[in-house]
Write a protein that binds this ligand. Sequence first.
Ligand code: SAM
Length: 279
Amino acid sequence: MPSARAAVAGLARTDEACEPSGVTPNPATAQPDRAPADRALRGEPVAREVFTGLPDRYDRLAYLLSLGQDRRWRRAVVDRAAAGQPRLVLDVATGPAGIALAVAGRTGADVVGVDLNEPMLQAGLPRVRRALPRGRVVVAAGRADQLPFDDATFDAVTFSYLLRYVDNPAATIAEMARCLRPGGTLASLEFSVPPQPAWRAAWWGYTRLALPVLGSLTGGPAWYRVGRFLGPSISEHYQEHPLAWHVAAWQAAGLTDVGTALMSLGGGLVMWGRKGPAS
Ligand SMILES: C[S@@+](CC[C@H](N)C(=O)[O-])C[C@H]1O[C@@H](n2cnc3c(N)ncnc32)[C@H](O)[C@@H]1O
């Protein structure tokens, strides 16, 4: 029986000592698939900066940013991951481990969560320690584009709100698929841009005008900055990587039966797929 503890044996877990910045760059992603001028809203320095100062109130922020829809969206991802009755699951960019805990609670699987930012992992530790028998959910520092696991280790891999932050989304999807066993499930959640013009206009107004103000009122300068960052970051991601691009990237990474569901008029995107047989 595989276990989360065995999967992270040898890694620096966050309930012990760990230093995320010690992770070395991944040669596979050393050549970003973007022009340097476009990189102000993306990349590891952005991911580190955006989440500095957020962990304490992160869950409230996610709720606000999604107009209260986030919990329903997360449940859809957990449903997809749970469908294959996994025994060992990896949640990438786990943050405070919300999806990791939900998957563990729902399936009985052992779950490993990895994230670039140790403060985000630390924010989830009280819940991780409280919620389940020790060792069922284990979190450790790690980069999505350089996962410290053998090929085909996990029965399911989940990720949420990640791809806008990585230099090379296609390589990151392929890296996550590498860690999935043949027949296993990849399931994800990202913010999205509503396709219908009237809703897109409303979404634009909310993300560009209301979010910075609401962020500032509820969380001060750190949330104001995120409120201002988020809308342009989402728009830019989908200008360069439209939905069809995501489906093609999953297929290129070896996923079959790739499905998508736009949530809440298109404000969220849930995706899922099954890893094809080993070639
Ligand atoms: C918006 S938060 C989402 C956290 C969690 N998935 C959730 O749904 O609550 C994005 C997370 O992605 C992490 N992240 C960004 N780039 C990453 C990378 N290259 N590797 C691992 N984690 C990354 C950030 O540290 C942050 O915790």
